[in-house]
Design a protein around this ligand. Sequence first.
Ligand code: KIV
Ligand code: NA
Length: 277
Amino acid sequence: DRRLGLGDLAAKKAAGEPIVMVTAYDHPGAQIVEAAGVDIVLVGDSAAMTVLGYDSTVPVSVDEMIMLTKAVRRGLTKPLLVADLPFGSYETSDAQALATAQRFVKETGCDLVKIERGGTSVQRARALVEAGIPVVGHVGLTPQTATSLGGYRSQGRTAEAALALIDDALALQDAGCALLVVEAVPSEVTAALMPLLDIPVIGIGAGSATDGQVLVFHDLLGIYDGGAARFVKRYADLRRAAIDGVTAYADEVRDRVYPAPEHMYSMPAAEAERLEE
Ligand code: KIV
Ligand code: NA
């Protein structure tokens, strides 16, 4: 299958055909989501929590994200690949953002980079786009700055907050963003936003009016223990399946059931006899 391009996303939006986006953080994950036929794969900085064990997305480094993105790239052929620029790697100046984004493009082969928020990120997005790097914006709940948003909670719940969010979205589109992620906002905000935007909008906890949806791999497959956000739907229980599998292995080792003869190598009989002599 040929590699998807930004034109394919525009065509899907124009045709009213939903765009499917999901995260991946490693090579088998990339192969799984590609085999499932998704359109866009995001190496999200949610990797900080899903695969690296940090308690927020803030601590993850550029080097860590680059290693994960390279592994995903090697597992993908068709879908578009987006990489999250981590917290602290793009906010300071256009030059900082460009240096970071160029590292991602050169070292990982990602197709687009994603940055969070409106505000100063609007100018950062413009600078990256002008340098030829396609950018995904991200508004609503922006986990990198969740503390200043009052925690991991839905955004745009007052008319004023909703209008500010819509202003940010329009500014990001105006800056040249190719795509916009909208996270954790009331469906009414999305409904007000959608007629104003020409670029494809991908929602997560933003209702059904967006051009597509994104979910975190580990959330939708049930790899995580514990509670998930309201917008998460679990489509599998891989954690349970994995625990059952490893437990069965441990039991069979302890019971000397594994390995069985079919898991063993053997010598030609003549060689075995010579060995015994
Ligand atoms: O890091 C991430 O997984 C994301 C998506 C939830 C949009 O940014
Ligand atoms: Na992210």
